[in-house]
Design a protein around this ligand. Structure first.
Ligand code: HEC
Ligand SMILES: [Cu+2]
Length: 372
């Protein structure tokens, strides 16, 4: 058994132990009874004719109801743990993860990029938004008891709260080609103060500000003005809010929706607008799409989809002003909505190689969050 290093690992192991114990108990019971009955009811005389047996309602009821009740305990316990595991908390340190044959690339909201190594603070909730540039991978950290498929063309989510500092193995747990076995690394769990020092120790621009530059350089800004709403929707405050579509449906503007708006704009049309938006399919890397999402998110709104796989929530999030609530700042000093200064671009020790695409040369003015 891997070490237990996250908030869910004890509960996870308890459930696993419970299911294993039940399995062993019934396997043993059946095996012993087979043996016992084989001996007890063996044919003793070649001419023996067995007594007819009429069955017993009582016995059959017992062996139907008891296993049913046991199975329901597994169901109830399992689903409660499942929801804990796959429903990401609202306030979390957010990290983007892009899988690629054969490496894991991480980007922190503050700008740091890493390959095959992920630094996180102990005792804080960390939410991962994962996708891949090529084939299906799966992201697993056994010590945290978390795992999810990482699928091209969509986002999956994971969260964890590490309970001890140290290095814990992470790896790809879905065969993905020749060097699949090398697609692994470590989660480095640090004290919060050390983590802050690590964050400050280098890294590039935040994804949101990279996204802002892209937004300018690839022409989104020529249509989407952030002050007025003409023929194209103003994207300020859109993130996390329900959007009315032309066909009458309502969609929450979460990461998946924004991604779809960029790559397949024809899939959904915002009510009151025409399909003027060109597709950016094939022109943007997954990391760039994530940067654009981070930027649009920084324009206001609130964290969206927190349930893995669920795109269908219809519950409208409460309206927010788009400002960072004092609450969220208190509970999470690393609040992603709070861009950090990134003047420190010099530290080349961070894995800059990942950042093949620093969206063109246009020097977009920083401080796109001025609307707050
Ligand atoms: C030619 C003008 C044009 C360009 C360029 C353009 N868009 Fe759009 N965009 C639109 C229009 C029109 C809509 C509304 C109709 C629709 O949903 O297809 C829209 C819708 C959207 C939406 C959904 C908004 C909502 O309110 O739900 C998002 C997000 C978006 N665009 C992002 C982008 C990004 C990011 C880029 C740059 C990569 C971009 N757009 C480039 C015209 C444009
Ligand atoms: Cu893989």
């Amino acid at each position: 058994m891997a070490e237990r290093a996250s908030s869910v690992s004890t509960q996870y192991d308890a459930l696993f132990g419970y299911i294993t114990a039940i399995t062993i108990f019934f396997s043993a019971l059946v095996a012993i009874l087979i043996f016992y009955f084989a001996v007890k009811f063996r044919r003793r005389d070649p001419l023996e004719i067995p007594r007819p047996y009429a069955g017993s309602l009582k016995l059959e009821t017992i062996w139907t109801v008891v296993p049913f009740l046991i199975a329901m305990t597994i169901f109830a316990w399992g689903s409660s743990l499942y929801f804990t595991l796959y429903r990401a908390p609202k306030e979390a340190v957010e990290i983007f993860v892009v899988g690629k044959q054969w490496m894991w690339k991480f980007q922190h909201t503050e700008g740091q990029r890493e390959i095959n190594e992920l630094h996180v603070p102990v005792g804080s909730r960390v939410k991962l938004t994962l996708t891949t540039e090529d084939v299906i991978h799966a992201f697993a950290v056994p010590a945290f008891r978390i795992r999810t498929d990482v699928v091209p063309g969509k986002y999956t989510y994971l969260w964890f709260e590490a309970t001890k500092t140290g290095r814990f193995q992470l790896f790809c747990s879905e065969y993905c080609g020749t060097n699949h076995s090398g697609m692994n690394g470590y989660v480095v769990v640090m004290d919060p103060t050390e983590y802050q020092a690590w964050l400050a120790g280098g890294g590039s621009e935040s994804p949101a500000s990279q996204g802002e530059k892209l937004f300018q350089s690839i022409g989104c800004a020529t249509c989407h003005k952030l002050d007025t709403q003409g023929r194209c929707p103003n994207l300020t405050g859109v993130f996390g809010k329900p959007q009315q579509m032309a066909d009458g449906s309502t969609v929450i503007a979460d990461e998946a929706y924004i991604r779809e708006s960029i790559l397949t704009p024809q899939a959904k049309t915002v009510a009151g607008f025409q399909q003027l938006m060109p597709t950016y399919q094939g022109q943007l890397s997954e990391e760039q799409v994530l940067q654009l999402i981070a930027y649009i998110r920084s324009l206001g709104g609130q964290p969206a989809s927190t349930t893995a796989g669920s795109r269908t929530t219809t519950t409208a999030p409460e309206t927010t002003t788009g400002a960072v609530s004092p609450d969220s700042q208190r509970s999470n000093p690393l609040s992603p909505t709070q861009p950090r200064g990134n003047a420190n671009g010099s530290a080349g020790t961070q894995v800059n190689a990942v950042n093949a695409n620093r969206g063109g040369g246009t020097s977009a003015p920083r401080g796109g969050n001025s609307n707050r």
